[in-house]
Design a protein around this ligand. Structure first.
Ligand code: XBP
Ligand code: MG
Length: 255
């Protein structure tokens, strides 16, 4: 296991429920639109990757959305730009990393494991979140940063992982992806990258297949499937990831 490939939304922080969703609603309000996305509705919309794509999808079921597709595109672009500006403000005001994330990033770096960001959110959103936590030179902590603008097809397409592996010059089995959602798992699997799932608020009850391990978060050692040989107190460590990563070779789910 030579690299960790980190998803952003839901994996590094609860940015979907507390960040993007809230920011979309602020953008609707700013443009005088009566649309509001509550937590349940937004959860359904997460099946559509990409904020602009999500807006266009939602407009299909709104009678007060513009009739012409060109107008819809323009409105989605405007809303999306505003949403990202609100999002950046929200994360600067304080958007905690999920517990155990910072510790694992630090441990991996100290141990020589390479780090990459593999997200299909916009680069400005990643910059806002990681800049708030690690300062303006946050990108120096990562050997590759692949975002929505860098791919032609967003998750669940494997392109984001393929690009990261190219940049790292690694094969898929030399990496471990960290994800929180079915779409992320599907993308990693399609790229033949072993994937571990730290379930986020929106996907706690999701059925996920093909992950090397699924658990409630990197801050605890219990509640994981498959269970660790030595559960108990404490957070998930690099050694635990290596343990699960080694299972990927033996259980042949990635063959
Ligand atoms: C997350 C997404 C994004 C965000 C919103 O992708 O689907 O669309 O919800 O960000 P990932 P944008 O799981 O790969 O991080 O508005 O920038 O699309
Ligand atoms: Mg995610």
């Amino acid at each position: 296991m030579k690299a960790l490939l980190w998803d952003v939304d839901g994996t590094l922080a609860e940015t979907e429920r507390d960040g993007h969703r809230v920011a979309f609603n602020l953008a609707f309000e700013a443009l005088g639109l009566p649309w509001r996305w509550d937590e349940v509705h937004y959860g359904r919309l997460l099946a559509i990757t990409g904020g602009r794509e999500r807006l266009l999808h939602d407009m299909q079921s709104r009678s007060d959305a513009p009739a012409l597709s060109q107008q819809r595109e323009a409105l989605a672009a405007e809303l999306h730009a505003r949403k990202n500006a609100h999002y950046a403000q929200l994360v600067r005001q304080g958007m905690p990393l999920r517990p155990g994330v910072r510790e694992l990033l630090d441990e991996g770096a100290a141990d020589g494991v390479r780090m990459a960001i593999t997200t299909t959110t916009s680069r400005s959103n990643v910059d806002a979140l990681l800049g708030a936590h690690f300062g303006p030179r946050w990108a120096g902590r990562f050997d590759a940063v692949v975002c929505g603008e860098d791919v032609q097809r967003k998750k669940p397409d494997p392109e984001v992982f393929e690009r990261a592996l190219q940049r790292l010059r690694l094969g898929p089995l030399e990496a471990l992806a960290l994800e929180d959602s079915p779409g992320g798992v599907a993308a990693a699997r399609a790229a033949h990258v072993p994937v571990l799932v730290t379930l986020s608020a929106y996907f706690e009850g999701a059925t996920l297949e093909g992950a090397v391990a699924i658990g409630p978060g990197l801050h605890r050692r219990d509640g994981w499937r498959p269970a660790l040989p030595d559960p108990g107190e404490g957070r998930i460590t690099l050694r635990d990831l290596q343990h699960w990563h080694a299972l990927a070779d033996s259980v042949s789910q990635y063959a």
